[in-house]
Design a protein around this ligand. Structure first.
Ligand code: RIB
Ligand code: CA
Length: 302
């Protein structure tokens, strides 16, 4: 079991929930979660995160409410993908814990300080909170040991526009500020690799109807995608970022500088420009990852 202190920044939707379950399964030293407006507005993102932690028996993990909108861009949600409440329309039991005692960006600064040199931060939503945290305390780049970002489409088409991946599209300014900072260890997990990983419909159908815990959660919240929307499955975008943060051998890639298009038709496009410090993932050991995901959440691997 990995014991490194882990912090997630999420916009809890369906795959964020699966990523939280995976982080708990692979690394119990989950020290905090900050929430951001993305797939769903901040109220839902925060409530969903608290309810998922409660369902998985981890109400000890503090949840810090973050930004309710992008730095400058107009906010766009992804309710059409994740359902109006962000969890495929599934109403989880209410959480009994209270929210954390500071904002999401302040929590990132706090955890970077508390676990200086050790913290792994994984962002799986728009980068608004991290950009604000950088503005509050630029020195966090020296304290956060490892940053893994689910976001971008580098040598691959986008998913919210032909050019842009959703997380970076929602707040391209924030993404540009994050990529511009001097991180010791920054990895970008984009659609180039996440589109090679999915919970297929066959796998969903193989989950027992009476499954509980993480398996029951995944079965319930992916029903809308697999049944109502009749999709062939859902991509494991956010869980892959968690798995790579704990085992970098799952991906290979090249180091690039990354810039963002901030407006116009290509708003949110992530551009690789020459050599830089961002490890942009281009290949993934998809079978190894999906098997590990299934084992950690007690899902059938079919
Ligand atoms: O483009 C995929 C990303 O956007 C994932 O993080 C998903 O949860 C949505 O936030
Ligand atoms: Ca997400």
């Amino acid at each position: 079991m990995d014991k490194r202190p882990l912090m997630l920044d999420v916009d809890t939707g369906v795959d964020d929930a699966a990523a939280i379950a995976l982080a708990i399964g692979l690394n119990p030293h989950l020290v905090a979660i900050s929430t951001v407006a993305g797939n769903v507005p901040i109220d839902a993102s925060t409530e969903n995160t608290r309810r998922v932690l409660s369902l998985l028996g981890r109400e000890d993990v503090p949840v810090y409410r973050g930004a309710s909108r992008p730095l400058t861009a107009t906010y766009h949600d992804a309710a059409h993908v994740h359902g109006s409440n962000g969890l495929g329309g599934v109403e989880l039991p209410p959480a009994t814990t209270t929210e954390g005692d500071c904002t999401g960006p302040e929590a990132i600064v706090r955890m970077a300080e508390r676990y200086a040199g050790e913290l792994t931060l994984i962002t799986v939503g728009p980068l608004t909170n991290l950009a604000i945290a950088l503005s509050l305390r630029p020195g966090i780049t020296l304290q956060i040991a490892r940053l893994v970002i689910m976001g971008g489409a580098y040598f691959h088409p986008g998913n919210i526009t032909p050019f842009s991946e959703f997380n970076l599209y929602v707040d391209p300014d924030a993404a540009g500020q994050v990529f511009n900072a001097e991180w010791d260890d920054i990895t970008a997990i984009g659609l180039d690799v996440t589109h090679q990983t999915a919970l297929t419909r066959n796998m969903w159908e193989a989950i027992p109807e009476d499954a509980t815990g993480a398996a029951g959660l995944v079965r319930a919240i992916s029903e809308r995608t697999c049944a109502e929307r009749a999709r062939s499955g859902f991509f494991l975008h956010d869980p892959l970022a968690v798995a790579v943060a704990l085992d970098s051998s799952l991906i290979t890639g090249q180091r690039h500088a990354v810039t963002m298009d901030l407006q116009g038709d290509t708003r949110g496009q992530s551009n690789v420009t020459g050599v830089g410090n961002v490890l942009v993932a281009t290949e993934v050991r998809a079978d190894v990852f999906v098997r590990r995901f299934c084992e950690a959440l007690n899902l059938p691997y079919v």
